[in-house]
Design a protein around this ligand. Structure first.
Ligand SMILES: [Zn+2]
Ligand SMILES: [Zn+2]
Length: 381
């Protein structure tokens, strides 16, 4: 299955930036995991986002058009141009001859040119995941929830650089300042070149006389933060909320990733949820079922009156329209289905017993009262 970025967004190949952004907004609202019932929504949302990112970046788009989808993705996987537009990144490599930047590097990778400093470009940080549990009432009302999350954060002491600002820098001798090393292998298909990040300098191309003692050179520290998220009314168990730019910091000054919050909604003792509908079981007596009655049924926002018609059978279900869960980010509510259960008494006082025996006789029934029943009656006195 082809996943051409133009097809993903449903735009033509000559669409301009505005068209692309507009198409993305439409896709994003259609597939936003908070909104869509489509089980693949999150995947589709990500694809649309990716497509927009590439097609609204002039250099990436040019590269994409020239290379085609597959080769572009391969190149990207190899670290070809993350954060491409940033050209050189927050701190360029003073020793690498290559000058950071454009899609030229992609071709270098394919056709064996020089290429340098890919690792130095700003890249978006990783998405992080966390989870929150709500009860059904909270899912019904919508709730603002505070939570703590321990996540990597840019190290303040070195500003994310991993070394003190005044540390001496020298070119990494292992990779000659390129940040990458090339290995040539003889394979049955011929000579293959494989490039990988230099282990000595971590792709920096530069070695420093000191590393930051706070972060041990990582440029990041793990930190606990308290965040607050607005959980919309009607959220379902298993849905994911996305807090943009609350994820891990991006390498080399790139933007943060997102924080994904998986919401689980606990079962409720009184109501079973099915989509936006609720199900509730309500006990009624034999006379109520026989003569009919108006009963007070609980809902998640107070009780409502429900008519039980005369001659109702045990197990019959009545629908209370619009008394279920709110529809997520839409108007209206689901329904409440009330299944009545006619409760058979397991003990009677003598008056009730007499009345019931007369009831049976009047209907021509002969009732041989079970001994166990008398025992229960005795014990209840
Ligand atoms: Zn190196
Ligand atoms: Zn540090």
């Amino acid at each position: 299955m082809t996943e051409d970025f133009y097809d993903v967004l449903g735009v033509s190949r000559d669409a301009d930036e505005d068209d692309i952004k507009q198409a993305y907004r439409e896709k994003a609202s259609e597939y936003h995991p908070d909104v869509s019932d489509d089980p693949d929504a999150e995947e589709k949302f990500k694809k649309a986002k990716k497509a927009k990112e590439v097609l609204t970046d002039e250099e990436k788009r040019q590269a994409y058009d020239q290379m085609g989808h597959e080769r572009f993705e391969q190149a990207e996987k190899r670290g070809g141009f993350d954060g491409g537009g940033g050209a050189g990144g927050a701190r360029g490599n003073p020793f690498g001859g290559g000058g950071g930047g454009g899609f030229g590097d992609i071709f270098d990778q394919f056709f064996g040119g020089g290429g340098a400093g890919n690792q130095n470009r700003p890249r978006q940080g990783q998405d992080l995941r966390t989870s929150l549990q709500l009860d059904l009432e909270e899912a019904f009302e919508g709730v603002e929830r505070e939570f703590t999350v321990t996540r990597p954060t840019r190290c303040d002491d070195c500003d994310g650089a991993g070394h003190p600002p005044d540390a001496d820098a020298k070119t990494c001798t292992n990779c000659d300042g390129q940040g990458q090393v090339t290995q040539v292998q003889q394979t049955p298909l011929g000579r293959m070149q494989q490039r990988s990040t230099c282990r000595r300098c971590g792709g920096d191309g530069t070695l420093y006389s000191e590393t930051c003692s706070t972060c041990n050179g990582d440029g990041q520290v793990r930190e606990e933060s308290t965040l607050s998220v607005d959980i919309p009314a009607g959220i379902r168990d298993g849905q994911t909320l996305r807090m943009e730019r609350e994820g891990a910091p991006g390498p080399n000054g790139g933007p943060k990733g997102d924080l994904l919050i998986e919401v689980s909604v606990a079962d409720h003792p009184e109501f079973d949820r099915e989509g936006d509908d609720l199900h509730h079981q309500y006990p009624i007596s034999f006379p109520q079922a026989t003569f009919g009655d108006t009963v007070e049924v609980p809902t998640l926002d107070g009780t409502v009156e429900m008519d039980v018609p005369s001659g109702t059978q045990s197990g019959e279900t009545f629908r209370l329209k619009g008394k279920g869960m709110p529809r997520l980010r839409r108007r209206g509510r689901g329904d409440l289905y009330v299944q009545v259960q006619v409760v058979t008494p397991d003990s009677l006082n003598s008056e009730q017993r007499e009345a019931l025996e007369q009831f049976a006789e009047a209907g021509g029934e002969e009732v041989d009262v079970n001994e166990g029943f008398f025992e229960r009656i005795k014990s209840s006195f």
